[in-house]
Design a protein around this ligand. Structure first.
Ligand code: SF4
Length: 334
C-alpha cells in the first residue's frame, strides 16, 4: 500500500512505532523530522492513487484546537485533536486536496501527549461536557488496525464522563473498535451520502450500504452513534435520494438510535475549489452554480442552501429522527 515509509529517527524504538512497522512490513527510512520531506514540494493530489508515502511522526505545536462555531451541537465547548494528516480515501469534495501540499499520510504517534492536553482542557471546564473530535484531517477509523490507539482514547472517556470523543469516519474498519466496550461518551459518527451520488463522488471509501451495515452492527452491540449528511450536493432528484437513504436507515432502526445528525451543504475554500475543478472536471459537484459567500467560501446561494437543508431536515423528521438531534453545520451566520 505504501510507496515509502519514513519514520522520525527518535521514534524508531517506540513500541507503537515498532508495532506499526511490523504490520506494514516495510523497512523504514529514518529522518529527523517528517516535514523535512513531507509537503516540501508540491505533490499533486491524485498521485495518491499510485504513490502514497507514509510518515510516522511526533505531533508538535498545538495538539488540540478549538473548533470553529457551529462545528458541533451548540452550547458546549468543542475541540478537535490532530492524530493524522491526510487520508487513504478520495472523496471528490475533500478539502484536504487544497489544504496540504501533498496527499502523503502522516500518522502522529504521541497520543499520550495529545491526551494530556485533552485532560488539561477538560479540567478547565469542570461544569460542562467538553467535546473532542477526531477526524478533522483524516478518517478516524480507516487505519486503526495499524495504529492501535483507540483503546487510549476510550480509556480517557471511561475515566472522564464529562468528556465526549467523536470519531468521524466513512470506514467500516471496526476490528479495533469492537475490542472495546460501548460507552455513552465515545461516539462513532458516520458521514453518509445517498447511495447513487455516493458511488460517484465518495471514491475508494466503503459504499453507503456497507457503512449502514456497519452502523447496524455497532448499534446492535450498543455503541453510541451519530451521522453527518455533509456535504449535501444538489442534484435534480436529491430529495428522492435522501428519502431512500433515510428510509434504509429507518429500516435498520438507526434513526431512533442516532445521538445527533448534522447537515451541511457542500462548500469549499477558494483553493480547494480550484483543486476540485482540476482533479474532477466531470464531477456532479460542478453541475450547479456556486457563489463566493459571507466567509469567502464557495457555495450555493443562501436561499438554496437553506431550502436544501430544510428539505432534508423535514425528511429526517418524517423518518423518525428527533428534532433536537438535528443541527446545521457551519451555517449560523448565513
Ligand atoms: S473520508 Fe474524509 S478525509 Fe478522507 S478523503 Fe473523504 S472527505 Fe477526505
Amino acid at each position: 500500500m505504501w510507496n515509502k515509509v519514513y519514520v522520525e529517527e527518535h521514534l524508531l524504538e517506540m513500541p507503537r512505532v515498532k508495532s506499526i512497522l511490523a504490520k506494514v512490513k516495510q523497512d523504514p527510512i529514518p529522518l529527523g523530522s517528517f516535514d523535512e520531506i513531507w509537503g516540501q514540494s508540491k505533490k499533486p493530489y491524485l498521485h495518491k492513487r499510485d504513490s502514497l508515502n507514509l510518515f510516522l511522526a511526533q505531533k508538535k505545536g498545538q495538539l488540540l484546537k478549538l473548533a470553529p462555531d457551529a462545528y458541533g451541537q451548540a452550547g458546549e465547548p468543542h475541540y478537535y485533536f490532530i492524530h493524522a494528516y491526510n487520508c487513504i480515501y478520495e472523496c471528490q469534495y475533500c478539502y484536504l486536496q487544497g489544504y496540504f501540499n501533498t496527499p502523503d499520510v502522516v500518522l502522529f504517534v504521541n497520543h499520550e501527549e495529545i491526551l494530556e492536553e485533552m485532560q488539561k482542557t477538560l479540567d478547565q471546564h469542570p461544569n460542562t461536557r467538553v467535546w473532542f473530535h477526531a477526524g478533522e484531517f483524516s478518517d478516524s477509523l480507516a487505519l486503526t488496525h495499524l495504529t492501535g490507539e483507540l483503546e487510549l482514547y476510550h480509556d480517557f472517556c471511561r475515566k472522564n464522563p464529562n468528556a465526549v470523543i467523536e470519531l468521524r469516519t466513512k470506514s467500516v474498519n471496526t476490528k479495533e473498535l469492537l475490542q472495546l466496550d460501548p460507552l455513552k461518551n465515545f461516539i462513532v459518527s458516520f458521514s453518509l451520502s445517498p447511495f447513487k451520488i455516493g458511488k460517484s463522488i465518495d471514491l475508494k471509501t466503503p459504499s453507503t450500504q456497507a457503512r449502514l451495515k456497519t452502523m447496524n452492527e455497532l448499534n446492535q452491540k450498543g455503541f453510541t452513534l451519530a451521522a453527518h449528511f455533509d456535504p449535501i450536493i444538489y442534484q435534480d432528484n436529491f430529495k428522492t435520494q435522501y428519502e431512500e437513504l433515510l428510509n434504509a436507515m429507518d429500516e435498520l432502526g438507526l434513526n431512533k438510535a442516532l445521538n445527533y445528525l448534522s447537515m451541511g451543504v457542500v462548500r469549499f475554500t477558494k483553493d480547494v475549489y480550484r483543486e476540485v475543478e482540476r482533479n474532477y472536471p466531470d464531477s456532479p459537484l460542478h453541475s450547479t452554480p456556486m457563489i463566493k459567500s459571507f466567509d469567502n467560501k464557495v457555495r450555493y446561494n443562501h436561499p438554496m442552501r437553506m431550502w436544501m437543508m430544510n428539505t432534508v431536515k423535514e425528511l429526517a423528521l418524517k423518518y423518525g429522527i428527533q428534532d433536537e438531534a438535528i443541527y446545521f453545520c457551519m451555517e449560523e451566520h448565513a
